[in-house]
Design a protein around this ligand. Structure first.
Ligand code: BGC
Length: 767
């Protein structure tokens, strides 16, 4: 893979640290040092302002602006409305000055810069010595977004005199003038701002979508200070004038409570309600809030850490991923979901993709099943929009969107939005995966089956029958590999839909036998036709799955094997990302792929493919893959680990685990790759842990990379905690909780009870 690491951060198992300021990576650092708590997120920008190129980003999950899509020609079925996550107020706004000298790391003289994020605590810190004309001041910042109280954010600034003596002015504000970075424009209309006692508050509404954000702050200062309350058109602030004596220090603290309104509640009502929320939340104690936030992370790490002995860089990478996944989503609110860049950037517009069900869901199933269910409930909440979209596309059932925040289609590039029909089937897959592993029949026989049936209906109306072979399939599609547009019978899509039809039928049959009342009521609710199940069965049985029977290689789509070959390894590093540097059309006319979708089915449904077939497909597609998608290296790593290609498994895993820390794709400045972080987790658990979840029991076939002495992870599985520990001699499984489970270890079915299970590592599984 011709991509290189751009390393500038220190390696530490728990801390992400920038030792010495690296202005050339300023925006990359802002992404990496992002904080979030599912409800909101802020990039790691310098809140005191700075003249260096920067991307101030502050986001609220689900808060978006909308605008019409002006297609040059408005064909039927094109989406008409675009929506995008809005960059919101800077609730950390700070300005610090000494006389006429303003603190600005782009201009001021400073030394000893250090910025660090301790993953164990979720606290971001930054410090440096500011050499002012009147002496030195050590400046320290600390910030966090409470994981316990989603509305709460905190900031602490400590200014210590190192010889300085004089007056310092610190302005703390709530500022709505922040622009949408990629458009250079603000989409906020400030409605109200007020100072009341030691609190200040502001509220603004988006120009078109009518959503509102409210923010209130309570500030305090450890020294005596003159406080001036101010307000500008889009800002409310308090300025503290402090006399700092030589070798003394002063600490300023702010606690912020942010709320959002997506339902166009009356302005006054929302304002009053938000103020009450701000007051109700006990926002008096910084230390108390800090301690409960740190305590939250302590519990998370005690249950969900992955430990790798012998590989500090990737240990750091995988922990960073776990940390960011939690920050992005932990299941507080089923109306929220995971966006491809989490809450760390504007790229991908804050949209949710098929990534949630295919890549992110396993992390939640095995760490936080309630959050996994909520991710699926989000799809249920947006089922009406998916049904409406199916009608607009001349189909039946539910056509879930390619990308969305509110459930409507927001993919403005019609080729992708229209042709990538694999999103609904990813949801069926997610429902199967979740229900199969958790046994949650309440969900499956309720919201789950309703979605499954509507999705099957969609595919039954979208596909067609070949005139030549009589097979069922999908013409005019784009598979997950987006480098081939408007193709026929994408192997991944066809295979996945076949599985979705079969699963929908199986669930309905199971309900008919075991939950007849629920079956009757769902049949009624869905108005399920007499022939529908029979048709799905026929379509599944006759689904075209393109494959060269001699070699076992699945043909990515009809005619793919015939396409001109391109030597992917010869593409120069500077040409990545290809989307930015190549003409769009140049991407589509060779056998180069963006991501390996034919390989993906062999991982999802591992038991259905022999090792020989998996190997043939890996060898064939690997050399054709450009990994232009961050979803790609992770799958390669998992398959390589399964096939005993240890070096490859390790090298791909490194890309996934450190994609952002080392800026492999040259675009971390735009935000973090949430899906790749989920892939990095899967790479340990499914890759080196060799877990497969498509059989009756969990099955493990671990392997150990050369560099590693051992590794260890835990899974929450059906009210039990299952620990997996692998070293160079043995694999040890242990279980804690509600009794024994059946598992497969290296192909052997075993019972795992409180005594645990131990097996020698077979020679071929150690690199
Ligand atoms: C990939 C898609 C993915 C999206 C968001 C694209 O580059 O090709 O498969 O859903 O990124 O991660």
């Amino acid at each position: 893979m011709s991509k290189v690491a751009k390393k500038y951060l220190a390696t530490d198992p728990w801390i992400i640290e920038e030792d010495g300021f690296h202005p050339e990576h300023a925006e990359v650092s802002e992404s990496i040092f992002s904080l979030g708590n599912e409800f909101m997120g802020v990039r790691g920008y310098f809140e005191e302002g700075c003249t260096i190129e920067r991307f101030v980003g502050s986001f609220f999950n689900g808060i978006f602006e909308e605008e019409p899509i002006n297609h040059p020609v408005n064909y039927n079925g094109f989406p008409r409305r675009f929506h995008f996550m809005l960059n919101s107020l800077d609730w950390l706004y700070t300005r610090i000055s000494v006389g006429k000298e303003a603190l600005d790391l782009g201009k001021s003289r400073f030394s000893g810069f250090i910025r660090s994020l301790d993953l164990r605590e979720g606290v971001l810190k930054r410090s440096f010595t500011w050499h002012t004309g009147k002496g030195d001041i050590r400046v320290e910042f600390e910030r966090m977004l409470s994981m316990v109280r989603p509305n709460v954010g905190m900031q602490r600034i400590t200014l210590s005199s190192l010889g300085f003596s004089g007056r310092i002015e610190v302005k703390l504000g709530l500022d709505f003038s922040n622009l949408q970075h990629n458009r250079g424009k603000s989409f906020w209309n400030t409605l109200r701002k007020e100072h009341c006692g030691d609190e200040s508050a502001i509220m603004a509404r988006t120009l078109k979508s009518g959503q509102k954000v409210f923010s209130a702050m309570k500030t305090s200062c450890s020294a005596e200070a003159d406080v001036k309350k101010e307000a500008g058109p889009q800002i409310v602030s308090r300025s503290y004038r402090i006399n700092l004596k030589e070798n003394e220090k002063v600490t300023l603290q702010r606690i912020v409570v942010n709320t959002t309104d997506k339902k166009a509640v009356d302005d006054d009502v929302f304002w009053k309600r938000s103020l009450e929320t701000a007051r109700k939340l006990d926002i008096t104690g910084y230390e108390k809030l800090r301690a409960e936030h740190v305590g939250y992370w302590k519990k998370i790490w005690a249950a969900q850490d992955i430990e790798i002995d012998g590989d500090p860089e990737n240990q750091q990478g995988v922990r960073f991923g776990i940390f960011q996944l939690h920050q992005t989503y932990h299941g507080v609110d089923p109306s929220l979901n995971i966006s491809a860049k989490g809450l760390t950037g504007e790229e991908y517009h804050g949209h949710t993709w098929w990534d949630t069900e295919t890549y992110c869901l396993p992390f939640y199933i095995f760490n936080n099943p309630a959050a996994a269910r909520n991710l699926l409930e989000y799809r249920y909440l947006t089922l009406p929009q998916a049904k409406q979209r199916a009608i607009e596309k001349g189909c039946k059932g539910a056509r879930y969107p390619m990308e969305t925040i509110d459930g409507t289609e927001a993919c403005s590039v019609w080729q992708h939005g229209d042709l990538e029909i694999h999103v609904p089937v990813a949801i069926s897959y997610g429902i199967w995966h979740y229900s199969h592993l958790t046994g949650d029949k309440d969900f499956l026989h309720g919201h789950g089956i309703e979605m499954l049936a509507e999705i099957s209906r969609y595919y039954a109306s979208r596909g067609g029958w070949s005139q030549l072979t009589g097979e069922y399939g999908f013409w005019c599609v784009m598979g997950p590999d987006e480098f081939h547009m408007m193709v026929n019978n994408n192997c991944y899509t066809n295979f996945m839909v076949k599985k979705a039809f079969e699963y929908t039928i199986a669930v309905l049959e199971e309900m008919r036998k075991k939950a007849p009342a629920k079956f009757d009521s769902i049949v009624k609710k869905l108005n399920l036709g007499k022939d529908e199940m029979g048709n799905w069965k026929k379509m599944a049985e006759h689904m075209r799955i393109p494959q060269d029977r001699k070699t076992g290689i699945y043909e990515q789509h009809d005619g793919y094997f015939d396409m001109p070959h391109l030597e992917v390894d010869k593409i120069r590093q500077e040409e990545f990302p290809l989307y930015h540097n190549w003409a769009y059309y140049k991407l589509f006319r060779t056998d180069m792929i963006k991501q390996p979708d034919a390989m993906l089915i062999q991982y999802f449904y591992s038991k259905e493919f022999s090792d020989k077939v998996k190997k043939a497909n890996f060898n064939f597609y690997e050399s054709r893959c450009s990994h232009e998608s961050s979803l790609s290296p992770g799958v390669h790593s998992i398959m390589a680990a399964e096939l005993g290609m240890h070096d490859k498994a390790y090298s791909y895993w490194g890309h996934a685990a450190r994609l952002d820390l080392d800026n492999y794709n040259n675009n971390t400045n735009q935000g973090l790759h949430t899906t790749s972080m989920a892939a990095a987790w899967m790479n340990v658990v499914y890759g080196f842990g060799g877990l497969r979840t498509d059989g009756e029991f969990l099955s493990f076939r671990p392997s150990l990379p050369k560099k590693w002495k051992s590794f260890k992870f835990s899974l929450r599985y059906q009210d039990r905690i299952l620990d997996v520990h692998v070293d160079r001699e043995k694999v040890r499984l242990s279980i804690d909780g509600n009794g024994a489970v059946r598992v497969e270890l290296f192909g052997k079915a075993c019972t795992l009870d409180e005594k645990g299970l131990e097996m020698k590592m077979p020679a071929g599984r150690i690199a």
